[in-house]
Design a protein. Structure first.
Length: 457
């Protein structure tokens, strides 16, 4: 359904662009007529009629000017969907695309500056547990099976959700439930039932292995809207990577069950591309198409958590370029919504054509999180203890959000002297918070350094 909705929206946008352009042409033509008439002895309009006509023409021009930025953005989005050789920087279409990207990136830079001064909480991650029934090679949170002694209580979570609702309105903040494996928390649906009662909308990130008929009914009861299920290869590769025999078949059954969930607006499969599964991306794509999946998120494994020292899975330059080209190819095919992860500034060559937006790290600007022990931070991938802003066991979340988080805003830590001299710094801003090395004050992952000449500034 999401694919059809997106395609319908793109078609509608294309038609709106045509109407907008026609309107601009008509206004331009009318202005020419008025101008030529001023020098003509033959006046078509006289007195009050002329005055009213010119007034209406001016009003129409003001209206078109007021919506021009919106339609220019739609035109740029359409341009990004146009096939072009992004390796040929002298290609006419490629030049247009790069010019459009610069415009979008300038607007994002302005948007970041706005959020620095006016942070607005729109997305809240609830890391409800660090317990997990898998032990993945790349896990950014280094999760395990045991229950941590400091795991946050139901009461603390409910109290905090009420604080957020009373201040911002639950309908204005989307909750993403994550872990660990969130379905290992027995009172999860009690918490989400309370959240939905306040007016929150929510989705979940899961490995999918614990989804059964009872889980589906609980999803339905709590109006769960979106789900992201991890799949990191075909059967043998996935089960080796996740270290859980039989997990692949469980995921396939879970997908079939979810197709009957009426509240579900988005069923997304997420794949962490790495050295072990890169050659399976095409087969995964075909399998997902056969399965009727409409959304697939493909991301490279980041050097965090267990993956930090795991050279056996981290992608090199050739691997990243292969993944980028693969994503671009599938996006152009249009058979499925295929997106790259939100992480990392990719340079003018790859920005905007691998995902539907320019890079922006919203940590502390519009994204916040409550970690499994109650710590208040940004997104769960940002695990550095020095970045924690408070804890909901002792602090009011709203107070912390409004009066702290300076290190993510005006005192932004993802920067150093070298980064500031970089031509791309205005758009990159030191890249993602979760891959910044806070001890050495350098990025653990810099696309410019990795891609070299394939990174276009």
């Amino acid at each position: 359904m999401r694919l059809k909705e997106k395609q319908a929206q793109e078609n509608e946008n294309d038609n709106d662009i045509k109407e907008y352009k026609n309107l601009k042409k008509q206004l331009k033509s009318l202005k020419k007529e008025i101008k030529s008439e001023e020098d003509s002895a033959d006046k078509l309009l006289e007195g009050e009629n002329r005055k009213e006509f010119i007034g209406a023409l001016e009003d129409a021009t003001k209206f078109v000017d007021s919506i021009s930025e919106c339609f220019e953005k739609l035109e740029r989005d359409k341009l990004y969907r146009t096939p072009h050789d992004f390796n040929d920087l002298n290609n006419k279409t490629t030049k247009k695309v790069i010019k459009a990207k610069k415009k979008d990136l300038e607007q994002i830079a302005d948007e970041v500056n706005f959020y620095v001064e006016n942070p607005v909480l729109t997305n809240l991650f609830l890391e409800v547990t660090l317990r997990c029934n898998a032990k993945c090679e790349h896990c950014g949170s280094s999760c395990g099976y045991k229950i941590p002694k400091d795991e946050i209580s139901t009461e603390d979570l409910k109290r905090t959700l009420l604080e957020i609702h009373n201040r911002y309105g639950a309908q204005n903040v989307f909750l993403t439930v994550t872990g660990g494996e969130p379905l290992m928390r027995k009172d999860l649906f009690d918490i989400m039932e309370y959240a939905v009662g306040l007016g929150f909308r929510w989705g979940i990130t899961t490995n999918g292995m614990l989804i059964n008929e009872k889980t589906i009914e609980n999803f339905r009861r709590t109006n769960m809207e979106s789900i992201s299920i991890s799949l990191d290869g075909l059967k043998e590769t996935h089960e080796s990577f996740r270290r859980v025999p039989g997990s692949y078949d469980k995921i396939m059954k879970a997908i079939d069950l979810l197709k009957g969930l009426e509240t579900l607006r988005s069923l997304q499969i997420t794949t962490v591309a790495n050295k072990k599964n890169l050659n399976e991306l095409e087969d995964i794509y075909q399998m997902l198409l056969d399965k009727g999946i409409e959304e697939w998120r493909v991301m490279g494994v980041d050097p965090i958590g267990r993956a930090y020292d795991n050279d056996g899975i981290l992608l090199d330059k050739d691997g990243l370029i292969y993944m980028f080209n693969f994503i671009r190819e599938k996006r152009l095919e249009g058979k499925m919504i295929v997106d790259y992860d939100c992480s990392h500034y990719l340079g003018l060559k790859y920005e905007n054509i691998l995902r539907d937006h320019s890079f922006i790290c919203g940590a502390g600007l519009f994204i916040g999180s409550i970690l499994a022990n109650g710590d208040i931070c940004v997104c769960p991938n940002v695990r550095d203890q020095s970045l924690v802003q408070g804890n909901i066991k002792t602090d009011n979340f709203v107070d912390v959000w409004e009066n702290k988080f300076e290190i993510f805003r005006k005192k932004r830590l993802t920067t150093n002297a070298k980064c500031k001299k970089c031509k791309s710094f205005k758009y990159c801003r030191g890249d993602s918070f979760h891959t910044w090395n806070y001890k050495e004050k350098v990025p653990n992952m810099c696309m410019k350094e990795i891609l070299g000449t394939d990174f276009v500034e």
